[in-house]
Design a protein around this ligand. Sequence first.
Ligand code: FMN
Length: 188
Amino acid sequence: MKLLAIVGSPRLKGNTNYLVDQALEEAATLGAETEKIVLSQYVVNPCLGHDNCASFDACQQKDDAGWILDRLCEADGVIMATPVYYYNVSAQMKTFIDRNYFLYKHGIKSRARAVGIIVVAGSEGIEDTLHTLKQFIDEPFAVKEDRIFIAYGYADKLGEAKNNRPLVEKARKLGRQMVESLKMEGVH
Ligand SMILES: Cc1cc2nc3c(=O)[nH]c(=O)nc-3n(C[C@H](O)[C@H](O)[C@H](O)COP(=O)(O)O)c2cc1C
């Protein structure tokens, strides 16, 4: 069972990364093979909007989006994680979401059978951010509603999430739930 997390926070030791690590650690304890991709560590350019994806075998932009999308398609479970930036997903996450248009235009779906969403805000904007991510996952993922797991909460300064025990437990629970639901689907 492969679990992939795509992280939209550029703060490597920030709250989102910490919570994702907690979820993945819990999942690994239960036997999952885990991978974390922090988008800011790679080159993922904005979509160029020519709307001609279908006429190309591969996206014409030769950056890291191509292989990251391949991993997204191959994973059994995918976690999308972002901090709230101006009441929505971070720019890194939005840029990556837009690059999924290539999959959409080719009718390609991820094989993932479970999806996790982790969102952290300083104080407000969680609702719109969750809305964006829920709308997004509808397209590349053919997952049932009860296979979508969400952990969100509040933390601001570096390291704050670590001291928010209920939030940490929510993230760990998400990791657990994803593995358990995949096992129920026969994915081991
Ligand atoms: C550019 C920017 C925009 C932000 N916008 C919001 C916002 O709209 N609402 C909010 O509650 N927090 C906002 N924050 C605070 C972050 O969501 C918060 O610090 C979060 O813990 C950052 O997560 P990270 O440590 O994983 O990077 C913003 C932070 C930055 C850097």
